[in-house]
Each structure stands twice: as structure tokens, then as C-alpha cells.
Design a protein around this ligand. Structure first.
Ligand code: SF4
Length: 88
């Protein structure tokens, strides 16, 4: 399941540089996550990094984007060709 950023986002910008998939960008009212690039941090970190650094817990799972761990890992491999994912 990709993550999305809720309306609680205060646009502090802490999350953007933390995403190793470059999935986060500044949107209108909030920062936004590109679901085509979000792997729930599978391949990079044990836990979703944007959620860990957000002071208001704005990143949340997007129920509209149900994906298995295998699908998220496959997405990670396409984003990082030639690299090996970190597996936890
Ligand atoms: Fe990026 Fe991880 Fe947040 Fe997804 S969960 S947007 S991969 S930091």
C-alpha cells in the first residue's frame, strides 16, 4: 500500500529529503506522495521514513492503493535498477 499525506500536513518539509525513492514533492496545501514511487519504504528502511520524521503524523496508508510486499519490492527494483534492496 502506498502512503499518502493527510490534510494534517503543515508543510514543514521534513519528509521530502528523507524519501530515498524521491516520491515526495511540495503540493498546493500539503506535500504529496507519488504512489508510483512509494514502496512504503520497502527496500530502503524498516519503517516508513516519512511517517517517522513527520511531527504531526500526516503520512498514512492509502487504502485505495493496496499492494503486496512483493509488488512493492518489484516497484523498488524498477526505481533502483542494478541495486540490491535492504531486506528486513
Ligand atoms: Fe517515500 Fe517511504 Fe514515505 Fe513512501 S513511505 S513516500 S517510500 S519515505
Amino acid at each position: 500500500m502506498a502512503y499518502r499525506i493527510s490534510a494534517d500536513c503543515e508543510k514543514c518539509g521534513s519528509c521530502e529529503p528523507e524519501c530515498e525513492n524521491q516520491a515526495i514533492s511540495e503540493g498546493g496545501e500539503t506535500y504529496v506522495i507519488d504512489p508510483e514511487r512509494c514502496t512504503e519504504c520497502i527496500g530502503n528502511y524498516k519503517e516508513p521514513r516519512c511517517f517517522e520524521v513527520c511531527p504531526v503524523a500526516a503520512p498514512e496508508r492509502d487504502p485505495e492503493r493496496k499492494e503486496t510486499k512483493e509488488q512493492l519490492l518489484e516497484k523498488w527494483r524498477k526505481l533502483h535498477p542494478g541495486k540490491e534492496p535492504k531486506l528486513f
